[in-house]
Design a protein around this ligand. Structure first.
Ligand SMILES: O=c1[nH]cnc2c1ncn2[C@H]1C[C@H](O)[C@@H](CO)O1
Ligand SMILES: [Zn+2]
Length: 372
């Protein structure tokens, strides 16, 4: 009898800030005007003569954004965007901010991202909506090229937001459809949720459906189940921006969690939740990472994805969000791969392209980390 040679036991790579950063990740919910580098805000303000910044020291400014956004209210959180939008009013600024966004996400190990912004917020100095979209797309392409030259391949899809309070959603939906061929992959509504239900924008959502276009809706962040229900059942949202308050429809009983009809529908239909844990702590939607509903929603196998929302205001990255979840819930590479594949499956690009990234980038990347 020959000697039986045992199979080596796989040795997973340890989970550290560095290894999590280098793991392939997918980001579906990130605001362009919430992700500027503080130094870029300072330089763009000087160039444009914008003199309302609270400080011109980049480090202090970064701290100011995090503190000011840490108010416990979405409405006050949103006030900080006056300064980022204030310096994004010309084409050069938009190209630069978009290019740096792609570079920063690539440096964080993000291989596919959908980045969103509201074009209507960049018209203060006379830019028209089409010029704004053209500049941002040029910036993303430039950032992808620079990232590739630095050895990091990333692809960025764009989502256009309409602001709930401005009632321009049909116009912005039309803009999104017209720029589809250039990489605008979907639409969203953002801004204050309470008092501005998704159904105010029904004409935009009907138009998008007729155009076979994709959209997500910010819902279930600062307002609860009625907002989620409208977004899905009246408007036809494919994904939920946050959606965290779907837990209001889950009852914890001695026999385990019981799902109400809306929570069951969201889980059964595999409707993706674009969860943003740190952002929720700042707006008061959750009290700590350890108590964040992402733990329960993951355990119940909702289609959970992990997102940044606003990297500047929350002082976070996708990898820092994942590291915080690893720390709070003891997640391992299998969990991080699950979040990543959930996100890639839920992206608004073609099925074949999603499959390509899953099969050729995500799965081999995590196989290595798992020690296979
Ligand atoms: O988490 C959010 N909820 C609602 N609106 C938001 C959130 N984060 C950013 N926004 C707003 C502020 C930005 O100016 C706008 C477009 O990116 O979207
Ligand atoms: Zn958001």
């Amino acid at each position: 009898m020959g000697t039986v040679i045992g199979m080596a036991t796989p040795q997973p790579v340890p989970l550290t800030a560095d290894t999590i950063r280098d793991a392939p990740k997918v980001l579906l919910h990130d605001h362009l005007d919430g992700g500027l580098r503080p130094a870029t805000v300072v330089e763009l303000a000087a160039a444009a003569g914008y003199d309302a910044l609270p400080t011109t020291d980049p480090e202090a400014l970064g701290r100011w954004f995090r503190d000011a956004a840490d108010s416990g209210s979405l409405v006050r959180y949103l006030e900080t965007f006056a300064h980022t939008c204030g310096v994004m009013q010309d084409q050069e600024a938009l190209v630069r901010v978009a290019a740096e966004c792609a570079e920063d996400l690539a440096a964080d190990g993000v291989v596919y991202a959908e980045v969103r912004y509201a074009p209507e917020l960049f018209t203060e100095r006379g830019l028209d909506l089409d010029t704004i979209v053209g500049a941002v797309q040029a910036g993303f392409r430039e950032g992808e090229r620079r990232a590739a030259a630095a050895g990091r391949v990333i692809r960025i899809g764009t989502l256009l937001c309409a602001m709930r309070q401005n009632a321009r959603s049909l116009e912005i939906a039309d803009l999104a459809v017209r720029h589809r061929a250039e990489g605008v992959v979907g639409f969203d509504i953002a801004g204050p949720e309470a008092g501005f239900p998704p159904t105010r924008n029904l004409d935009a959502f009907e138009f998008l459906r007729q155009q076979n276009a994709h959209f997500t809706i910010h819902a279930g962040e600062a307002f609860g189940l009625p907002s989620i229900w409208e977004a899905i059942q009246h408007c036809g949202a494919e994904r939920l921006g946050h959606g965290v308050r779907i837990v209001d429809d889950i009852t914890l009983t001695p026999d385990g969690p019981v799902l109400g009809p809306l929570a069951a529908y969201v889980r059964d239909r595999r409707i993706p939740l674009e969860l943003c844990p740190t952002s929720n702590l700042q707006t008061g939607a959750a009290t700590s990472i350890a108590e964040h509903p992402i733990g329960l929603l993951t355990a119940l196998r909702f289609r959970v994805t992990v997102n940044t929302d606003n990297r500047l205001m929350s002082g976070c990255t996708v990898s820092s969000e994942m590291a915080a979840l690893v720390e709070a819930f003891g997640y391992d590479w299998v969990d991080l791969r699950w979040f990543t594949i959930n996100a890639m499956k839920s992206a608004f690009i073609d099925f074949e392209q999603r499959l390509d990234i899953i099969d050729n980038t995500i799965k081999p990347g995590y196989a290595k980390l798992l020690g296979f």
